[in-house]
Design a protein around this ligand. Structure first.
Ligand code: HEM
Length: 521
């Protein structure tokens, strides 16, 4: 076949020679010129552009199709880890997409606050708008620009003072979880402990934020929120992949998916239940106060008004996103702890010695237990949420990362799974070793500060302290009251797929009353 340029030249020669250039010929000529120009531009960007020096699969420099495909497979975390092993700490995974193995400095460069231009790199709209579109959470804290006042209000609602204030409430809910598990333990049942984590998180957080009992622990089954989230994950990954390729097609597919009657009904019920709960809460302020009390109090003092829509969407996202993250965290912490008999036994004996009864558990005392802290950190490291990248976008001035100038409108981020499974950061990176967090000399070269499961900078998780308090209480309560072993059915737990967040597998465990039983007063 003749090259396109030669073919064009012939067309022009032939037509002009005969003096008969028809409108169709002219259109063909212009179209082919345009295509050639687009091709050359793409080729230049792929092979000579500013990102061309960064290694990666060749096809990725030309198109987003490979990374879109990886997202749909649910195996993005493993594929990316292999790519980093092959190409190094920075990989070009799309024409304008970069993935990094994190270090403390890289986290700060990408997610930290910057001086001189934007306060921090903005979130990539391709992903975050999708979350907003799917659930209709317009301008919530997650998608609002960073300087917005709403973030300050939410952060102050999760302050250390508020955590102390809420301690009795946290303890009340963990005790309720224990009470619900006692009959199962007495029958030595095999059960999905993940359901208990999810129910506790939903009930505790709905109570803490809206002073409403969501009643999930009553059934010990997944609440409707989980069904909606699980049902939407793969569809959202498909829409995201298509948006990378063509935002218009991606949006159209996403609209079709969310309008599938069954899913639409679930989403609508879910949205209206949440709205009704917020309305009811606003109509009847609770005497004891909750997160919303704090947000409302600060809103009154704020010089910048918060729109009703933003207020509602933020309250909704707090009651939904929180439990998902907490459940995923508790699943990985539990799974890894229960399959490490010696760590498990040591922690059990530390807890049962220090706290004779459930009532003796206290946040302060638990925060002093180094092994408990190490077990939580190691669980987070092995299955972080989200496992992939929290994508950020460089502004029109571009940005400097590790002394390298990254051009404008490049999407980049630290890949958590690849970072935490990298042997360059951790000795035996795939192994479970809580002792690496306790100064064991075997792990003296570990780069512990590259683990930032709550992210870093101005948009880091506002509920980190809260999450620590609740997770410590939950595990202390479980180990104090029950003997727990993983059931055979849990053997495929690690084969989880990730669609931005984990699609969690059941955590099947056999629970029995603790041999030296603690008193649930
Ligand atoms: C172990 C549990 C948790 C983990 C690992 C976690 C992790 C994270 C991460 C990595 C981010 C940054 C997301 C991004 O940049 O896109 C984030 C943001 C956020 N998290 Fe958490 N989170 C947890 C628990 C919670 C809980 C319990 C709540 C609410 C009650 C919560 C509310 C939020 C909100 C509202 C944001 C958005 C903040 C912003 O954009 O300014 N998280 N979280």
């Amino acid at each position: 076949m003749a090259e396109p340029g030669i073919w064009q030249q012939r067309l022009v020669e032939k037509r002009f020679a005969g003096g008969t250039l028809s409108p169709l010929d002219l259109i063909l000529f212009l179209l082919s010129t345009l295509l050639i120009w687009l091709f050359l531009r793409k080729a230049h960007h792929a092979t000579r552009g500013p990102l061309s020096a960064i290694p990666g699969p060749r096809l990725c420099a030309w198109t987003d199709l490979p990374q879109g495909y990886w997202k749909i497979t649910g195996r993005d975390h493993e594929i990316m880890t292999n790519l980093h092993e092959k190409y190094g700490p920075v990989v070009r995974i799309g024409p304008k997409h970069l993935s990094y193995i994190g270090t403390a400095e890289i986290w700060a460069d990408i997610y930290g606050e910057r001086v001189g231009y934007a306060k921090c790199l903005p979130k990539d709209k391709m992903l975050y708008d999708l979350i907003e579109d799917c659930f209709g959470w317009k301008d919530s804290l997650v998608t609002a620009p960073d300087e917005l006042v709403i973030r300050k209000l939410v952060v102050s609602s999760f302050s250390p003072r508020m955590n102390n204030h809420f301690e009795p409430r946290f303890k009340g809910w963990t005790k309720k979880m224990v009470e619900r598990l006692v009959p199962k333990a007495e029958r030595a049942e095999i059960m999905d402990l993940s359901k208990a984590f999810q129910c506790l998180s939903v009930d505790l957080q709905t109570d803490m934020i809206l002073s409403v009992d969501a009643e999930s622990l009553k059934t010990l089954d997944y609440p409707p929120t989980k069904i909606v989230v699980n049902g939407s994950l793969q569809g959202a990954a498909l829409a995201h992949a298509l948006r990378l390729f063509s935002p218009t097609i991606g949006r159209a597919v996403q609209k079709t998916i969310v309008n599938i009657p069954h899913l639409r009904r679930l989403l609508d019920n879910f949205a209206s239940t949440l709205s009704k709960r917020i309305d009811a809460r606003l109509a009847n302020p609770p005497p004891t106060g909750d997160v919303l009390t704090e947000v409302l109090r600060k809103t009154d003092l704020s010089p910048v008004p918060i729109s009703k829509e933003q207020f509602y969407s933020t309250a909704k996202i707090l009651t939904v996103a929180g439990p998902e993250a907490m459940t995923a965290a508790m699943n990985t912490i539990g799974y890894h702890l229960f399959r490490a008999p010696s760590t498990f036994q040591t922690l059990v004996s530390q807890i049962r010695t220090r706290f004779p009864t459930q009532e003796d558990l206290s946040l302060k005392a638990l925060s002093e237990m180094d092994l408990l802290t190490a077990v939580i950190k190691e669980g987070h490291r092995l299955y972080p949420l989200p496992p992939g990248i929290l994508p950020r976008c460089t502004p029109k001035e571009g940005a400097w990362v590790q002394g390298v100038w990254i051009p404008p409108h490049t999407v980049l981020g630290v890949h958590q799974w690849a970072t935490y499974r990298s042997e360059s950061n951790f000795h035996d990176a795939n192994g479970y070793h809580p002792e690496r967090w306790m100064g064991d000399p075997k792990f003296k070269n570990d780069r512990l500060d590259c683990v930032q499961v709550f992210s870093a900078g101005a948009r880091r998780c506002p509920a980190e302290l809260f999450s620590w308090c609740v997770i410590r209480l939950v595990f202390a309560s479980l180990l104090l009251n029950f003997d727990i072993e993983l059931a055979d059915e849990a053997c495929d737990w690690p084969q989880q797929k990730s669609y931005f967040i984990w699609r969690t597998r059941p955590l099947m465990c056999r629970i029995r009353p603790a041999e030296k039983k603690a008193v649930v007063a």
